[in-house]
Design a protein around this ligand. Structure first.
Ligand code: COA
Length: 479
């Protein structure tokens, strides 16, 4: 198309040389060219913000993910506007459909909250006809995302070589537990990754065992990393015209999120970590980064302190940070104005060995108010604090609903449920948050509209058993 326009322009400029006066008027555009701004890129859209299509519109994802890590990745891509086609095993589907069920016979929240805005097609990837359909999907899609156990995709016949032969533009993105090395063949779940990535050894209290966190940094964290890898590969493909493999190991993803602890590991060589409360308590450091309880991971000491009602409410706590510029305000608020000038408290280094006593004093003050009252007062003085919000409070928080971070969607089987919308806000690409698909809900639609199968072919596929669960033998046959 662009080449044809160039030719026309060339022909016109030839004519222009012969009859300059007439042609110049015709060729001098009143407005700049419609499609280019002179550097080969499209001109800025004149459409209102949010109406120029979604960020990943036109990108088709062949979604072979299951459980959590892969599905979080493809759900984010779907929120960004990609057409995510989730391939599931006939009759069974993603195992999480049936895990931790709260409504009898219906898809669980585990599944529905990780698979919104996607379409579902059932295909038996080991059935010959199923393989044929998958090959057509490979040719049609831009990205294949999977998080099977190591080797499972190859065993289906979908090796990178096979995929790349069918579609050299295909990006093949995988989550695995470990990268190449001694553990590459291991199956991995969330907490295995938290332990292997250095999070567990650095979480918890010094005198207790290692702890895993409630945030799914191994699964959802790695899904997020993978999404960035995919978008980068899509961007590179614009230049190179070819796809590539994208691999995110869960161990690597967790370590990336725990990088400040590897920072501290190296700082140990230079002496004790003075911002850790164990320093102030005179407890010697060992060879590895220790667990630091609720110490702040940055340069500003912090701790979780009790608030009014803590005796009965397990979340009546607040994170309190003694940021240096706010110190004088803190002293006034907690009733210790003398600490502003006392050499034992006036400077950050002087305070380090006394943090336990300081936070006990802060707590004596915060215990007289609710966490929200503490927050109101502290915010007025620029003192950073974080109320410990329960999931109940978060679910009911109206501002999170307004921003689309928490979204209520309606499901034909289970009714309304809450899901987490897109935490990444794009001003020109509003998130597309829809309910999760029923198992195989879009099988017919994808076969016909995406892959172009005819009525006859669809009927044959249905008969073949490649998209439906094997029928149980009828009673008469069984007898
Ligand atoms: N049709 C036919 N077979 C299918 C299929 C389909 N549509 N979809 C999946 N399968 C098969 C696979 O081919 C595989 O068979 P194979 O082992 O005979 O080759 C089988 O289902 C199971 O796959 P697998 O990934 O091994 O599932 P699992 O339940 O045993 O293990 C994990 C689950 C998560 C531990 C594992 O997939 C894994 O380690 N994944 C990578 C790390 C990861 O993402 N972990 C976090 C999960 S939240």
């Amino acid at each position: 198309m662009a080449a044809r326009k160039k030719k026309v322009a060339k022909a016109k400029s030839k004519g222009e040389a012969k009859k300059p006066a007439k042609k110049v008027v015709k060729l001098a555009p009143k407005k700049p060219a419609a499609k280019s701004n002179g550097n080969g890129l499209p001109r800025p859209s004149a459409k209102p913000w949010g109406q120029a299509g979604r960020a990943l519109e036109g990108v088709k994802i062949l979604d072979f993910t299951h459980v959590q890590s892969g599905p979080t990745c493809t759900q984010l891509l779907a929120y960004m506007g990609a057409d995510v086609i989730k391939v599931e095993r006939p009759g069974v589907g993603d195992i999480t459909r049936g895990q931790l069920r709260d409504v009898k016979g219906q898809d669980s929240l585990y599944f529905t909250m990780l698979n919104g805005s996607k379409r579902s097609i059932t295909i038996d990837s080991k059935h010959p006809k199923g393989k044929e359909i998958l090959d057509r999907l490979v040719k049609e899609c831009d990205v294949l995302v999977e998080n099977f156990a190591p080797g499972a995709l190859d065993r289906m016949g979908l090796t990178f070589e096979h995929i790349h032969k069918l579609n050299p533009r295909m990006i093949v993105a995988s989550v695995k537990g470990f990268g190449p090395g001694p553990y590459e063949d291991c199956k991995v779940y969330e907490n295995v990754a938290q332990c292997a990535g250095g999070a567990a050894s650095t979480t918890g209290f010094r005198d207790g065992p290692p702890l895993v966190t409630g945030a799914q940094i191994g699964d959802s964290g790695t899904g997020l990393h993978l999404a960035l890898g995919i978008v980068s590969a899509l961007y590179q493909r614009i230049r190179t015209g070819r796809g590539q493999k994208v691999l995110c190991a869960m161990q690597d993803g967790v370590l990336n999120l725990a990088r400040v602890k590897l920072r501290d590991q190296q700082r140990l060589k230079a002496g004790p970590l003075s911002e850790y409360s164990q320093f102030g308590e005179g407890v010697p450091f060992g060879k590895a980064t220790p667990r630091a309880g609720n110490d702040s991971g940055g340069g500003q000491p912090g701790w979780i302190v009790k608030c009014k009602g803590f005796e009965t409410d397990p979340d009546a706590y607040i994170y309190f940070i003694t940021q240096a510029p706010a110190w004088t305000a803190i002293c006034d608020l907690i009733g210790k104005p003398e600490w502003k000038t006392d050499p034992d408290y006036a400077t950050p280094p002087a305070r380090l060995p006394r943090l336990r006593h300081i936070f006990d004093t802060v707590e004596a003050w915060t215990k007289t108010m609710t966490k929200f009252e503490v927050m109101d007062i502290c915010n007025k003085h620029d003192i950073p604090v974080g109320p410990i919000l329960s999931m109940k409070e978060i679910a009911e928080e109206s501002s999170l609903r307004e921003t689309g971070t928490v979204v209520e969607v309606d499901h034909p089987g289970r009714g309304k449920y809450l899901t987490v919308g897109n935490p990444i806000k794009l001003s020109d690409s509003p998130a597309d948050v829809r309910r999760s698909p029923l198992l195989g809900e879009h099988t017919d639609e994808i076969l016909r509209k995406v892959l172009g199968y005819s009525d006859k072919e669809v009927a044959e596929i249905k008969m073949s058993g490649a998209i439906t669960a094997p029928e149980k033998p009828a009673k008469a046959d069984a007898a």
